[in-house]
Design a protein around this ligand. Structure first.
Ligand code: F6P
Length: 550
């Protein structure tokens, strides 16, 4: 028991039942599971909105799924989910509600935080963003010299960068190709340098995206961008209003920076950074794809929110995906989870999911502050599939690690693909289907021998198989489908945090490095205070200073 009277996860009878079941399952192979049930490949599937989800290639039986759902029931996943949707302060360490679902609630819905309905505010900001985006898209928002804006540079980091940067790539074919979009996040000056070096400042708009407006990387880059702009334009502070807008919850700091709060797009403390790109943080994306497409994306999110909120456990896709991750972490010692999209446009998708998942569930104390003694969030990794096939898939196929993987693919290529390239899509998708088949069923030594392979090479050419995968297939990569996919992963992460009994909505783990960097910076520049450093860091700092000639 912990201080709140909640039985610790690994002392629950449901946990023990899963452990026993895992022992019974032993080395059961997917080949056997498929042979025993000819319907498995169609039975273990779900349809959510436009997503077709096949989970038949997982190391589970019907009994596994029942036991996992029992675990979800006893750990209160549904109760916590309902509390989240009601706007209760389930982010206990920060005493905040967790209401990214309100960002995509339809006009007229009622969701209260501290007795106040937040939905009208959400739509007021969306409308303000829409009017601004239309103005920029129409060439009516002009810069200091009167030239229309042609370049949009988003400056932000973490959730204030990864979401819009990822979604811009995903929805490239919907973007205004005559406008240039860049995303600057790294405090390494090279990032801003490469983003602006070929831009005309007179045609450039900077969107400074920061929930807190105190993040050192963003404020430093925004300050440098302002210096660059004013110097290049030979203008004074008055030019800032035409070239800088802010996305933030902190009006005071925005004003302090010199941005007119009339040019600020607001959001709220109940939106976590990594859950924020469907808030004002998505302004750059909205300018790129237009307000209408942005709303289609929000509708996609909302569709999956409603599915998660209302679908029974047997048909609830985020619940299922969350449970499968818990199963592999706890009972197969899986340390990582690969996300392998078969779409070039999803090249930043896994990087986005890394923050969503790892910042949310990279925790080792439970909600009551006790150390957990079970696995929490996995290392999330991956790149577009066909490239991975020629790089690291070797390890997934024949290495020693259990790596559950998600394969994401689309039936149709994007609409504006050059006609000569459309035929390549079948080849891409043939690879997509082949990989999960190979991972699941492998190739037995007998099959290898039957091909006449020399005996000494048989072990090398054998594929053990039995590698678990989820396949997510959709018709096309539309704004709505993107919203559906992101909401699916958001809620999957939620389910896992609920079961592991951790606060998925704080991120204290990023604080220490920030504090130490602040202390080290003056040592680098002034050379003072180095004696307080440990001997390794002191040695490194001194080497750095001498390399810099200090
Ligand atoms: O990395 C910590 C973090 O707080 C993230 O959660 C957040 O997305 C990022 O920094 C940026 O924060 P902000 O939007 O306040 O600049």
């Amino acid at each position: 028991m912990n201080s709140e009277g909640r039985t610790r996860l690994n002392r629950l009878p449901e946990w023990a039942a899963l452990g026993k079941h895992r022992e019974q399952l032993g080395e059961t192979h997917l080949r056997e599971l498929f042979a025993a049930d000819p319907e498995r490949g169609t039975r273990h599937t779900l349809r959510v909105g436009d997503l077709y989800l096949d989970y038949s290639k997982h190391l589970v039986t019907d009994e596994t799924l029942t036991l996992l759902r029992e675990l979800a029931a006893v750990t209160g996943v549904a109760e916590l989910r309902d509390a989240m949707f009601r706007g209760e302060k389930i982010n206990t360490t920060e005493d905040r509600a967790v209401l990214h679902t309100a960002l995509r609630a339809p006009r007229g819905a009622v969701i209260e935080v501290d007795g106040e309905d937040v939905v009208p505010g959400v739509h007021a900001v969306l409308d303000k963003m829409g009017a601004f985006a239309d103005k920029v898209r129409a060439g009516e928002w002009t810069g200091h010299t009167g030239k229309p804006i042609k370049n949009i540079v988003n400056i932000g980091i973490g959730g204030s960068d990864l979401g819009p940067a990822m979604a811009y790539e995903v929805l490239r074919s919907y973007t205004r190709r005559d406008l240039t979009f860049r995303f600057v996040s790294n405090v390494d000056g090279a990032d801003l340098h490469e983003a602006v070096r070929d831009l005309d400042p007179a045609e450039t708009l900077f969107i400074v995206a920061s929930k807190t407006f105190t993040t050192i990387e963003t404020i430093t880059n925004a300050t440098s961008a302002r210096n660059w702009l004013l110097t290049e334009l030979r203008a004074g502070q008055e030019a800032v209003a035409k070239h800088f807008v802010a996305l933030s919850t902190n009006a005071e700091k925005v004003e302090e920076f010199g941005i007119d709060t009339a040019n600020m797009f607001e959001f709220w403390d109940w939106v976590g950074g990594r859950y924020s790109y469907d808030s004002a943080i998505g302004l750059s994306l909205m300018i790129a794809i237009g307000p209408e497409r942005f709303r289609e994306m929000l509708d996609g999110f909302h569709l999956v929110d409603e599915h998660f909120r209302t679908a029974p456990p047997e048909e609830n896709a985020p619940l299922l995906l969350g449970l499968l991750g818990v199963w592999y972490g706890a009972f197969f010692d899986a340390q990582s989870h690969a996300v392998l999209p078969y779409s070039h446009y999803l090249s930043k998708f896994t990087a986005y999911l890394q923050q969503l998942d790892m910042e949310s569930n990279g925790k080792s104390v439970d909600r009551q502050g006790n150390r957990v003694d079970w696995q929490t969030g996995p290392v999330v990794w991956g790149t577009p599939g066909t490239n991975g096939q020629h790089a690291y898939y070797q390890l997934i196929h024949q290495g020693t690690k259990v790596i559950p993987a998600d394969f994401i693919g689309f039936a149709r290529p994007v609409d504006d693909l050059l006609p000569g390239l459309v035929a390549q899509h079948d080849l891409l998708m043939a690879n997509f289907f082949a990989q999960t088949q190979a991972l699941a069923f492998g190739k037995t030594p007998e099959e290898v021998r039957a091909e006449g392979v020399a005996e000494e090479l048989v072990p090398h050419k054998t594929f053990q198989g039995n590698h678990p995968t989820t396949t997510i297939l959709a018709d096309a990569l539309t704004p709505s489908v993107l919203g559906q996919l992101i909401a699916l992963y958001e809620h999957k992460v939620f389910v896992q945090g609920a079961i592991w009994n951790i606060d998925s909505f704080d991120q204290w783990g990023v604080e220490l490095g920030k504090v130490l960097a602040k202390k080290i910076e003056p040592v680098l520049t002034e050379g003072e205070g180095g004696e307080q450093l440990d001997s390794s860091t002191a040695g490194l700092v001194s080497a750095y200073r001498s390399l810099r000639g200090r």
